[in-house]
Design a protein around this ligand. Structure first.
Ligand code: LHQ
Length: 263
């Protein structure tokens, strides 16, 4: 359900259930989390790239999965979809956000529901021209999960976040780029190549510094200005003792490409 390929320092994870637009089943979510754990533990992997097989990125939760089917019979206990979140989506969202390497989403087609929010939870989001994002939750009587209620207002502001969540309309990639949800839109045929090039570039950069940058920004979201400055100083002084700072400055002064290795 998850295809795994290694391209130098880049671990490519391809959501692979194209007949159902890569809708997530419990088994698929388990495999995805295992694949992320394996990438995190592999010292040679310096960037993870996530994309979808076929014409979609992911249509979100598989609504045909009996685990999330609403109860139709009176007296039968409703399935606890909160359990699905606790068991699968919350760990996945946390894992993505705390990966020890940068994570890139290459959104090759529609990304709906939890599929959209998995993509938006990645560090960089690249999209093909025909990709689209749908906060599909309201249409089925739910609210944006997998980080949607947290991510969307921070990414696009409250008004637009509510519009996307309440109406649940399809947002085309060009508009998603304009809103700042997507960092780059490229012609569909070029997406795999461009996404791999971006991932390779990230893999060549000082991983630890990139991850601490993400961490400092996430922490700064709930800090005042001065505490954020002090937090930067703490993390910066740690980076200042690491190999990559020494290597980066030495390479600059020697006019040679750097060879970063901290993770
Ligand atoms: C699907 C799905 C799908 C199963 C397409 N499931 N088969 C929710 C509940 C519980 C716990 C945790 O969290 C969540 C979070 C969520 O993610 S809720 C949101 C779930 N996702 C959706 O509501 C999106 C449902 N899908 C759609 O609206 C459309 O399929 C989109 C707009 C994504 C694509 O439309 P089309 O391009 O027209 O494709 P299609 O609808 O014809 O789909 C192709 C096939 O994929 C089709 O199967 P079939 O056998 O007829 O070819 C669909 O049934 C299947 N599929 N999404 N989520």
């Amino acid at each position: 359900l998850i295809q795994i390929e290694q391209h130098g320092g880049v671990r490519l994870l391809r959501l692979n259930r194209p007949e159902a637009l890569n809708a997530f089943t419990a088994a698929m979510l388990v495999q995805l989390r295992h694949a992320l754990t394996a990438a995190a533990e592999d010292g040679a992997t310096r960037c993870v790239l996530i994309t979808g097989a076929g014409r979609a990125f992911s249509a979100g939760q598989d609504l045909a999965d009996p685990l999330v089917a609403p109860s139709r019979e009176p007296g039968v206990a409703p399935k606890n979809i909160g359990h699905m979140l606790d068991q699968h989506y919350i760990p996945l969202a946390l894992q993505l956000r705390n990966m020890p390497v940068p994570v890139v989403a290459a959104v090759n087609g529609v990304a709906a529901g939890a599929g959209a929010n998995v993509a938006l939870g990645c560090d960089l989001v690249l999209a093909g021209e025909s990709a689209s994002f749908i906060q599909a939750f309201s249409k089925i009587g739910l609210l944006p999960d997998c980080g949607g209620t947290w991510l969307l207002p921070r990414l696009v502001g409250r008004a637009k976040a509510l519009e996307l969540a309440l109406l649940g309309e399809r947002l085309k990639s060009a508009e998603a780029e304009r809103l700042g949800l997507v960092s780059r839109v490229v012609p569909n045929a070029e997406l795999p190549e461009v996404a791999m090039a971006v991932a390779q570039k990230l893999a060549s950069l000082p991983t630890r510094a990139l991850v601490q940058t993400r961490r400092a920004m996430d922490e700064a979201l709930h800090l005042e200005f001065e505490p954020a400055l002090r937090r930067e100083a703490v993390l910066q002084s740690q980076l200042g003792f690491a190999h990559d700072y020494l290597e980066g400055t030495a390479a600059f002064l020697d006019k040679r490409p750097p060879a970063f290795k901290d993770r």
